[in-house]
Design a protein around this ligand. Structure first.
Ligand SMILES: [Zn+2]
Length: 424
């Protein structure tokens, strides 16, 4: 298995090791410097896992055990509905790294039958669950459409799963962005760098390993891709077409610098998943600053804008990855949305690692910088280490500047466009 760990300097190292051996050495490291992640490679069978979190300071008090229980009940109902699997809380390893200001929990399902083909399929399943929860919250009558999905929870309990973000509006406490390819997922007893808040067994965890309850066994059970015997047919969910990779096949030219293309792929796959299945990246613009890169991905065939809460009719949106802040957000070319920026969301570590690089020499703006930047090459070397293991798929391609398929901005707002259309 492949692991990633951060040193005090912030530098990331990758290691391929047998998990038991890795645990042996990792367990000797002091808590506050143990910043270790499991890498969940693409196309690798995995357990169902969740990252649950919310900011305690900006939310009305909740009872963590209560909302986690409600969530587990709903997930169990969905697993039964879609896969005929009977799973309950006793099958769920619950790890907790909550602090006074942030509730933070990982759920890792320990059920031999509940193994998915890969984390992309888990992500589709989770998004289905979350979409259902949002629907029910906005309209309780949805419960009557499929009452078995909501058995064991009340509408009030479901509404408690909706929390306030610190800067944004309401959202579910389940983070739906942790199912990207080659995702880094924090390990049992590990902390985020500089936080000293390790993931430990939750007070309300009731799962106990079958054979022994040693720390090592708990660690092995907490690993998402450490499965033992993989079922003959792992679970799949949703469409299996490789639509997520559409951006890799169309309108591309081969990069002459193959070293940077793995980094390209990681970033582009992250963005492509945000806009799947229909959206495509049509242009990227890189701005380098001493604190990291800011990359603007212009999107076509997908115009969902958080400001208007729907797809625009003509003008395109763009997505910005901000390496200096480790976040991403959506902006918009529609004149009605000038100045708008969606809620900033945390980038997964495998993405932010690539663009958070500090380099005082890079302060200029250059749309083609990426292809000639030696900075990216250097970062690639680190990724190459685990790419060799099989984690990263290197197609040796990069986005072209989209000579084809370029969609012009219409430069008028939806309302003006509608008005113009009705006049015709
Ligand atoms: Zn907009």
């Amino acid at each position: 298995m492949a692991f990633a760990f951060q040193q005090n300097s912030g530098q990331r190292l990758f290691l391929v090791a047998h998990p038991a051996i890795f645990w042996h050495y990792d367990s000797y490291r002091k808590g506050q410097v143990r910043c270790t992640y499991e890498i969940i490679p693409e196309n690798t069978p995995c357990k169902i896992y969740f990252d649950l979190e919310y900011d305690i300071r900006v939310n009305t008090p909740r009872v963590p055990v209560k909302i986690v229980n409600s969530f587990i009940v709903i997930v169990s109902n969905y697993l039964f509905h879609y896969f005929n699997l009977r799973v309950d809380k006793s099958n769920v390893l619950i790890l907790d790294s909550s602090t006074d200001v942030k509730f933070s929990c990982h759920l890792i399902y320990q059920c031999k039958e509940a193994i998915f083909r890969d984390n992309i399929n888990v992500g589709r399943f989770v998004r289905q669950v979350c979409a259902g929860i949002r629907e029910v919250i906005s309209d309780p009558r949805v419960i009557d459409v499929n009452p078995e999905l909501w058995r064991g929870v009340t509408h009030a309990e479901i509404c408690e799963l909706l929390v306030c973000g610190r800067k944004d509006g309401e959202k579910l406490f389940c983070d739906e962005s942790v199912y990207s390819k080659n995702r880094h997922f924090r390990l049992y007893r590990s902390t985020k760098l500089g936080k000293n808040a390790p993931l430990l067994l939750s007070d309300f965890n009731v799962y106990t390993p079958v054979e022994d309850t040693s720390q090592e066994k708990l660690f092995l059970d907490s690993l998402i891709t450490c499965i033992g015997e993989v079922p003959a047919i792992p679970l799949q969910f949703g469409c299996q077409k490789e639509v997520c990779f559409r951006g890799e096949t169309a309108n591309r030219k081969i990069s002459t610098i193959s070293e940077v293309s793995v980094s390209h792929c990681v970033l582009e796959k992250f963005v492509t998943e945000l806009i799947s299945p229909c959206g495509r990246i049509r242009k990227r613009t890189v701005t380098s600053t001493p604190k990291g890169q800011r990359i603007q991905f212009d999107i076509q065939d997908y115009r969902f804008c958080a400001k208007v809460g729907r797809h625009h009719r003509s003008n395109n949106i763009y997505i910005v990855l901000d390496g200096s802040r480790g976040t991403w957000y959506q902006k918009c070319h529609d004149p009605d949305c000038i100045g708008f920026q969606s809620v900033e969301r945390q980038l997964p570590p495998e993405v932010s690692f690539i663009i958070e690089k500090e380099d005082p020499d890079l302060e200029r703006e250059d749309v083609s910088l990426w292809e000639c930047s030696s900075v990216s090459d250097e970062i690639f070397v680190e990724f190459g280490t685990f790419g060799d293991y099989g984690g990263v798929s290197d197609k040796g391609t990069t986005l072209g500047d989209c000579e084809k398929g370029d969609v012009p901005e219409f430069g008028i707002g939806d309302n003006d466009l509608l008005f113009a259309a009705t006049k015709c």
